[in-house]
Design a protein around this ligand. Structure first.
Ligand code: XMP
Length: 513
């Protein structure tokens, strides 16, 4: 059984970040919601458990709790922020619900550590931590001692070495906490006794062996979108079973300029597999004729994709295994309630009932995005594919606002290609999480060569973000924006004006539809 640490999610905003930090220490880790049964934890037999942060107060009726039995399993636990307060509260310490804000701390805070505590053994005796709490612990439970403090917070960390229970009021997982990663590493290696066996090259070797064993001499079919996840899944399966793999690439004509050809060239030239490309722009556009409602467009594109893809599978490959590029964040059960639906995202394609596969293979289902990219690099996928920005399932369909026509798609592709070219040339693309052009469907009056024009508007969208849940509009230098505007207007037919989108998320979303 592989060495595992569990992150128990109490609804904190940094739960995935904690898990990624653990993985960066080469320790495999899974996130479970606080509603997970303790029997499930016992079965996994983790080397350690980390409680995440969560909502404000352990005294709120709606605040998540966990059975105190967990403290008696003999498994080391690290509680972070709310997780630390929960531990203190459950074990008989005292958490004060601060009616006033006198002890609440938000942001960077000077903190002093006791270096004889194993968590702080390899860090200086003081440093900046990232705090975000209103309640505070004013008395630690019996058997615990205080191991860090700040000017306002008497218990910034606590420890019970005998029981291997530790808590920190601050967030060691965020970059703002100096030495935070070292503290997590100390918990994993010195407290939990982890060996650090989680590495991407061994992941590839082990997965290839498993895949060969599972697939035997049967065929595997994979829906390839050209995005990072399905591309890496394709490369991994190709390494495992070569020509037994067939990748089906549906090109609905809503990709960026030349992208379909690039995907085809990559997988036919660099990898051993059968590659099937279905060109179906005309069918898609005829279904989308006259439609301009965003959700209706998304639904049509999703349904059409589903039909085209599965009809082809039915015709040619309705047996063997079905593979898809599901990654870990796609299947994390969250400790939070259901979020309101803002727009329909469709990534995974459920198998229709009449198609019977031997089974579904998801070779990347345990990996975070950065790990998927590391695997892609090691398998020799082009840098451009591995570091590809997110691209919506409906493609340019959600960036051509209003009715989608072949001509408007072409206009957008050309403008978007210029944007990418300029960003690459000036090296600015690395600063941005995502950037693209939008055709808002607005015509404006202009003047070119002394004549009146009445043509399309192009909008540029560029954002910086850690997780795409929130995003800031990017502060692109004016001279770059100026060059972009000039080139787009001069080089792209039917465009006479360019604007820059300065809306953050929220209140905007990243995409316009
Ligand atoms: P929004 O527009 O919701 O976008 O702020 C957040 C991120 O998700 C991408 N996006 C999608 N990704 N299928 C996807 O796989 C979709 O239908 C879809 N719609 C938006 C968007 O590009 C951004 O990175």
């Amino acid at each position: 059984m592989k060495e595992t640490v569990i992150v128990l999610d109490f609804g904190g905003q940094y739960n995935q970040l904690i898990a990624r930090r653990v993985r960066e220490c080469n320790v495999y880790c899974e996130i479970l919601p606080y509603t997970a049964d303790i029997e499930r934890i016992k079965e996994i037999a983790p080397k350690g458990i980390i409680f995440t942060g969560g909502p404000n107060s352990v005294y709120d009726e709606s605040s998540p709790h966990y059975t105190p039995e967990i403290f008696g399993l003999g498994i080391p636990i690290l509680g972070i922020c709310y997780g630390c307060q929960l531990m203190a509260h459950a074990l008989g310490g005292n958490v004060v619900s601060a009616a006033d804000n006198s002890v609440s701390e938000y942001g960077k805070t000077d903190t002093e550590y006791k270096n004889d505590c194993v968590i702080f053994e390899n860090v200086p005796d003081a440093g900046v931590t990232w705090m975000s709490h209103r309640d505070y612990i004013n008395r630690v439970p019996e058997g615990f001692r205080v191991t860090a403090s700040t000017a306002h917070c008497p218990v910034a960390a606590m420890a019970n070495d005998e029981k291997k229970l530790y808590g920190v009021q601050f967030h060691p997982e965020v970059n703002h906490t100096e030495y935070g990663r070292q503290m997590l590493r100390s918990f994993l290696y010195s407290v939990c006794g982890c060996k650090g066996e989680w590495r991407m090259n061994s992941f590839i070797d082990e997965t290839v062996v498993q895949l060969r064993e599972q697939i035997g001499d049967k065929g595997v079919v994979l829906g390839l979108s050209g995005g990072v996840d399905s591309s890496v899944a394709a490369a991994l399966l190709s390494r495992a079973v070569g020509k037994q793999l067939t990748c089906v690439f549906v090109d609905q004509g809503l990709m960026r300029k030349n992208e379909g050809d690039f995907v085809e060239e990559t997988f036919t030239k660099l990898f051993d597999m059968n590659f099937v490309r279905i060109n179906c722009q005309e069918e898609f556009l005829s279904k989308l004729k006259g439609v301009s409602d965003p959700e209706e467009k998304r639904n049509i594109i999703g349904t059409e994709f589903y039909n085209v893809f599965w009809n082809r599978i039915r015709e040619s490959f309705g047996s063997g295994f079905f593979a898809q590029g599901t990654i870990y964040p796609d299947r994390i059960e969250s400790g939070k309630g259901d979020a309101a639906k803002i727009k329909t995202h469709h990534n995974q394609v459920g198998v229709p009932k009449d198609i019977k596969f031997e089974g579904v293979i998801e070779p990347l289902k345990d990996l975070f995005k950065d790990e998927v990219r590391a695997v892609g690099e090691q398998l020799g996928l082009p840098h451009e594919l591995v570091w590809r920005q997110p691209f919506p399932g409906p493609g340019l369909g959600v960036r051509v606002i209003g009715e989608i026509t072949a001509e408007r798609v072409k206009t957008l592709q050309e403008a978007d290609a210029i944007l990418r070219d300029e960003m690459d040339k000036c090296g600015y693309s690395k600063e941005l999480s995502q950037f693209f052009a939008v055709l808002p469907g607005v015509k404006t009056v202009g003047v070119m060569g002394d004549a009146r024009t009445y043509d399309e508007l192009v909008a540029i969208r560029a954002v910086t973000t850690d997780d795409f849940m929130t995003a800031d509009w990017a502060k692109i230098p004016y001279d770059i924006l100026g060059r972009l505007s000039n080139r787009i207007i001069n080089e792209v037919e039917h465009v006479n004006r360019v604007v820059y989108d300065i809306t953050s998320k929220p209140p905007g979303t990243v995409e316009w539809e």
